[in-house]
Design a binder for this molecule. Structure first.
Ligand code: ADP
Ligand code: MG
Ligand code: MG
Length: 249
């Protein structure tokens, strides 16, 4: 479903991704762990097509399409969702407006009809319920004054509404307390655990992986995957640390 081959990418002429190869078939949750500065967020930005991230070598195939050839909005319309480590605030735009616009523009790009206001509200309330987010929060401006946990829940509500084929989630667990972590993790399972969908779950910690159980775990270090294993690799990392585990690679 997602096939990354020998990916090299730079920011301001500095090489950050350095020969990254990774494949995620449909039906799999693949966790990416790695020390700070390894290039995890850079990978998610490159997959999303953020300006300033220049791919200098390699390829990314998404459902048989050349992902790197698509504009960011085309990637979203093709079913790619990105969750960010630092969600942005959008003063002046309510969550509901933002989500409805995002959904309907994707539907339009796919040749589907827009949802009516009523249909959309029902969907939004449904997904807010799933993430245990007070639906009243959806009337507030995007992320403005939201706590860390509320931002992440709102982002998962967005994911539920857009119903992507593939999600790249960058440290969705950062800033969450134990209860919020469980709610968000179960939300990810409910929305994305599907034989036709895939997830790249970027995280520093094992604890999210106790809720969203990965099929595979890879370690990213210095811009490339240095080791891949099963869920036990995350447990090994947690107890021994990156240096020890990477020394075994
Ligand atoms: P991670 O998410 O794994 O912590 P990042 O992808 O954020 O790592 O960063 C990887 C490396 O790229 C780091 O060395 C970081 O300093 C560098 N980097 C990230 N963004 C920029 C930027 N805009 N300009 C220059 N270097 C950057
Ligand atoms: Mg980091
Ligand atoms: Mg990061």
């Amino acid at each position: 479903m997602l096939k990354i081959d020998n990916l090299h990418a730079e920011i301001d002429g500095k090489t950050i991704l350095n020969g990254l190869t990774l494949e995620v078939p449909a039906g799999e949750v693949h966790a990416i762990m790695g020390p700070n500065g390894a290039g995890k967020s850079t990978l998610s930005y490159v997959l999303g097509g953020r300006p300033g991230y220049e791919v200098t070598q390699g390829s990314v195939e998404f459902n048989g399409q050349d992902l790197l050839d698509l504009e960011p909005h085309e990637r979203a319309a093709a079913g790619l969702f990105l969750g960010f480590q630092y969600p942005v605030e959008i003063p002046g735009v309510s969550n509901l407006q933002f989500l409805r616009e995002a959904l309907n523009s994707q539907r339009k790009a796919r040749g589907q009809e827009a949802l009516t206001g009523g249909e959309f509200l029902k969907l939004a309330k449904d997904k807010a319920g799933l993430l245990k987010l007070d639906p009243e929060m959806l009337k507030r401006h995007v992320n403005v004054g939201f706590s860390g946990g509320e931002k992440k829940r709102a982002e998962m509500v967005q994911m539920g509404i857009l119903d992507p084929k593939f999600a790249v989630l960058d440290e969705t667990d950062s800033g969450l307390d134990i209860d919020a972590l469980r709610v968000v993790g179960e939300g990810i399972n409910a929305i994305m655990r599907d034989p036709a969908k895939g997830v790249l779950l970027i995280t520093h910690y094992q604890r999210l992986l106790e809720v969203v159980k990965p099929d595979k775990v890879s370690i990213l270090s210095q811009g490339r995957i240095v080791r891949t294993g099963g869920p036990e690799l995350a447990i090994e990392l947690e107890s021994e640390g990156y240096d020890a585990v990477m020394a075994d690679a």
